[in-house]
Design a binder for this molecule. Sequence first.
Ligand code: G6P
Length: 371
Amino acid sequence: SAAEKDGHDWFMRKEIHEQPRAVADSLLGRRTPAGQLQLDEVRISDEDLRDIDKVIIIACGTSFYAGMVAKYAIEHWCRIPCEVELASEFRYRDPILTRETLVVAISQSGETADTLQAIRHARTQRSKVLAICNTNGSTIPRESDAVIYTHAGPEIGVASTKGFLTQLVACYLLALYLAQVKGTRYGDEINQVMDQLEAMPGHIQTVLDREEEVYALAKSYVGARSVLFLGRHAGYPVALEGALKLKELAYLHAEGFAAGELKHGPIALVEQDLPIWCVVPPRGRDQLHEKMISGIQEVRARGARTICLAEDGDTAIEPYADVLIRLPKVPTLLQPLVAAVPLQLFACELATLMGHDVDQPRNLAKSVTVE
Ligand code: G6P
């Protein structure tokens, strides 16, 4: 009923709007009064954690994209090599697993069969397993050595939204925790990132307050045959997630690409009026922003219509954006927490306008318990 949906038409739309709270709840109680990070259930000694020399993240669907963001954070903050792999592929390639490998399973439901079988395989090789999960007492955390619970609350919409954002939070927490235990990053710096994370619910709310712009945009794309998404760095998984949301909900051909890879093939797809969402990295010292702009110039020169997600104050992007959706100014690694939101709103609205059941898309299940 509408009451259960807080006046929203879909659970998904309600859950999108619950994200500031879900993110805040997932950050709650993570710092001790002495400023040390603590996780929920870590049955792995600090000594064993210090010996970890490789992290392998396994997940499916949207959770896999959260894992891709985690790789950027873990390698940057902890200097530990990190791989991300689809759970369904993992054990079939005879992966190299040792006692010094930390396998991180990300699963909103905690019941996904592909992910469960992957961690069972990892445990037979004596690797440590840490679960990031939204469902207390579900199978995956029960079979893991450590758990970080996300506090999104129950997610009803089949396509994950608040589940995804809280998984990102858990991934950042894990990366900072490993950095703390390994001593690669020190108290002050960890506290600074925690402060930035604690500001994110407010920033996500700012994006939600601007939802009407995204809805208006969705109206003009009813009938589109294909939509592309470009991103770089932590914005690349966001592009993939934006495309997945459109496939899941609007049953539309949609693909995400790393912007730098465009010239190696995907640019051949670009034709007059093709809509392309561009997740523009924050301006910084790393040239990501400039490189993104040159990618955008390439697709515009071939007639694409660019919808740019760019931070407040970024005036350099203006000449290259057919449509500009503003994001609050946040650090590059944390940008997925705000950049994913307009893409969720867009997919939700477009699918609604197309008359689809947003909460229960055809052919999909909330948790897939068969391999
Ligand atoms: C299903 C859902 C997706 C979800 C994926 C992984 O395919 O439709 O929305 O991302 O499973 O689910 P999990 O519960 O393991 O995160």
